[in-house]
Write a protein of this length. Structure first.
Length: 259
């Protein structure tokens, strides 16, 4: 009999209408979890969640809103009874050098890609701790990027925000250990993955196939990754298999960081 790796777990995945969020939701449900899928694209996340029946709960969420974070977690507690896993996935990408990037663009990038992770961890850790206090363990997984480790001349704000997510994840992990909470916190660092976020980093009008080919040539394995590559790593870091893994990061980059 096959054991489901996330059986009886309740997860929240932000930015779950498409891309990595949807891929992770699909794999988590396949592995036995119930998943709250949130996105600012309300129609999109409801359409995506419909395929999973009562295993999924679709909710509209602006991850930059502190009040919405509190409301979303209350709805999840009411609907599923608690929370074991939080995946802070929602984010944007945009190219721009330090000179080209406006202050408004800089602030928007950090608000969506970093502040949202802070809010998720701040409030999510409390519900997870309450849920697992008598039995089991919890996990927080923050989606950073290989751009949070390896810098580029034209990703000033993105490099900054994603690097901060990496370090914040370590702080959250250490907080949980100090408070003796059975909650791990780690970060994932994908390189180029074939998702809609790449559209925001491509030159206007560039054919998508050409963009993927160009990006793939920058990776030692010779191609961009697929959403499933990230989803399977997320399953591991959110399962009990990784109960002694916290405050660390996993690179999913086709060898890019080894150059």
């Amino acid at each position: 009999m096959t054991t489901l790796r996330l059986e009886n777990k309740i997860a929240l995945i932000t930015g779950a209408a498409s891309g990595l969020g949807l891929a992770m939701a699909r794999e988590f449900i396949k592995q036995g979890a119930k998943v709250a899928m949130t996105d600012i694209n309300e129609a999109g996340v409801k359409d995506a969640a419909a395929a999973f029946g009562d295993k999924a709960l679709a909710l509209h969420q602006d991850v930059t809103s502190e009040a919405q974070w509190q409301d979303i977690l209350a709805q999840i507690k009411d609907h599923f009874g608690g929370l074991n896993i939080l995946v802070n996935n929602a984010g944007i990408g945009a190219a721009g050098t330090v000179v080209e990037t406006t202050l408004d663009d800089w602030r928007k990038m950090h608000e969506i890609d970093l502040d949202s992770v802070f809010l998720g961890c701040k409030y999510g850790v409390q519900l997870i701790a309450e849920t697992v206090k008598d039995n089991g363990r919890g996990a927080i997984l923050n989606l950073s990027s290989i751009a949070g480790v390896v810098a580029s001349y034209n990703l000033a704000s993105y490099n900054s925000a994603k690097a901060a997510v990496r370090h914040l994840s370590k702080s959250v992990a250490l907080y949980c250990t100090k408070e003796k909470l059975p909650i791990t916190c780690n970060s994932l660092h994908p390189a180029f993955i074939n998702t809609p976020i790449l559209d925001g980093m491509a030159p206007a009008g560039a054919p998508r196939d050409a963009v993927l080919d160009k990006l793939g040539r920058q990776i030692p394995m010779g191609h961009v990754g697929e959403p499933a590559d990230v989803a399977m790593a997320a399953v591991y870091l959110c399962s009990d298999e990784s109960k002694f893994v916290t405050g660390t990061e996993l690179y999913i980059d086709g060898g890019l960081s080894a150059l």
